[in-house]
Design a protein around this ligand. Structure first.
Ligand SMILES: [Zn+2]
Length: 239
């Protein structure tokens, strides 16, 4: 067994901006949890309607395709449900409305762990600019976790719909510059790459992407003594 001190929660909610974000950031860890019996749901803010470099792209067809690709990627590792919020790709803001929808999902599923983008990161490892949608979704989700979902007077109509307050125990944030949890994904790296491979519309040469993902995972793992790893900023909210 890996000695990375990864807890085994009953339920994990993963909130992302776009189809394929979760596969790049967290699918190895999620696959490990599902293998251990954890129930996992995805909540994805957009259906990636700007994810084409063809100015004449058929947007309805693109959205339909990306929806299908994301569901196949989730099914690849046993995720039980994928919900989309249909925010406009490229224009997501951390609005109160988005926070309400994330809060609703948290109160409905009652996850011990919520995973999302690290909203504080503007430059990822000084290698690239973090997409504004990633920052917005990360911010709305963290705000939904604390204190919104916890406190019953926030969005009181949820109570009337049978959704009580819920205290999330931990946040796992990907694409972070401050990883304090390195997860051993040696056993699930192949599953991560297989899940990513379902996003065929996004890759001209998937073999190159797969090699890059494997190399990055292996480099991170090497530092911790694992064959491959994913890194997260892990924030403990309740003990
Ligand atoms: Zn993205």
């Amino acid at each position: 067994m890996p000695d990375d001190k990864l807890p085994t929660p009953e339920r994990v909610l993963v909130v992302a901006a776009h189809p394929d974000d979760i596969e790049f950031g967290a699918a190895g860890t999620i696959a490990r949890w599902i293998d251990a019996g954890t129930r996992v749901r995805y909540l994805i803010a957009t259906r990636g309607d700007k994810g084409s470099d063809d100015p004449d792209a058929d947007i309805a067809a693109l959205v339909e395709l990306r929806d299908r690709e994301q569901r196949a990627a989730a099914a690849e590792i046993g995720v039980e449900a994928v919900d989309f919020l249909d925010e406009p790709d490229g224009q997501v803001v951390a609005s109160l409305e988005l926070r309400e929808r994330a809060t609703r999902a948290i109160r409905a599923f009652r996850p011990e762990i919520v995973m999302t983008h690290d909203p504080t990161v503007l430059f990822v490892n000084n290698e690239w600019v973090n997409h504004p949608d990633h920052r917005a979704v990360g911010q709305a989700t963290v705000d939904a976790v604390f204190p919104t979902a916890r406190d019953p007077l926030n969005f009181r109509d949820h109570l009337e719909a049978g959704l009580g307050p819920w205290k999330v125990a931990e946040l796992f944030l990907w694409s972070t510059n401050e990883a304090n949890q390195i997860v051993d994904i040696g056993a699930t790296l192949d599953a991560k790459v297989a899940a990513l491979g379902h996003h065929a519309s996004q890759f001209r040469a998937f073999d190159d992407i797969a090699r890059w993902v494997r190399r990055r995972s292996e480099e991170l793992g090497e530092r911790a003594g694992y064959r491959a790893a994913e890194g997260f900023r892990r924030v403990t909210l309740a003990r």
